[in-house]
Design a protein around this ligand. Sequence first.
Ligand code: ADP
Ligand code: MG
Length: 246
Amino acid sequence: MAIPVIDARNLRKTYRVGGQEIRALDGIDVRVEAGELIAVTGASGSGKSTLMQVLGCLDHPDGGEYFLDGEEVAKLSGDRLASIRNRKIGFVFQGFHLLPRLTARENVELPLVYAGVANPRPAAEAALERVGLSDRMNNESNQLSGGQRQRVAVARALVGSPALILADEPTGNLDSRTGAEILALFHALNAEGRTIVIVTHDPEVAKFGRRRIHVSDGKVIPEDFVAKRESTRFAASLNPELAGSP
Ligand code: ADP
Ligand code: MG
């Protein structure tokens, strides 16, 4: 049987601010198989970004187990965590996170340069072609529109063929039409076999996932419960007398 891309159990992360403890992750289990397209949903403050940081090996949990593509990473930090992150994960962020003075191609080459690839150019060009930006490769990223910048970021995320592409609110800075194009791109990449996790507070974006993981107060809420709550809310919107049920 294939190993899961993400196998995380009982993840915990507590922030201490003043005398207060905030359980941002309060015992979360997540399992993602190769080839899945998953939307991690939840209200603002529910713990999505903290979960993304831990699953993305940008930070380590206070407790729990995490196997990323078969490697135990929960207790790693510093250089060892960074090295696994660079090999296994491609990131897409709300704010694009491109280097403004580099061209689109140079931005996409960066992960390969860090990985020590001698000639990163052909792979970077292929990735930019894949996202429909063959004609913008030599533009500096600050000469591109928001939608084009996010395409460059997607090309950078997929160029090293990582086990996982992890996107945090990838449409958050885009108008709805451009956002829908980026989501369609994620769908097409998933159809080609890429494993993708999209973190979002936006229910419209969440619909693009083939499976959802709903987070509330640092815990995962089972999907059937979420569906039931949503259908109750939908029924209530049609019949105000039903309003008031959770
Ligand atoms: P989301 O991305 O769903 O909005 P976050 O993971 O950013 O949620 O935050 C979860 C909870 O943890 C919130 O109550 C937030 O205020 C708190 N939190 C997040 N990051 C920090 C931090 N660096 N220090 C203290 N509290 C934090
Ligand atoms: Mg967030």
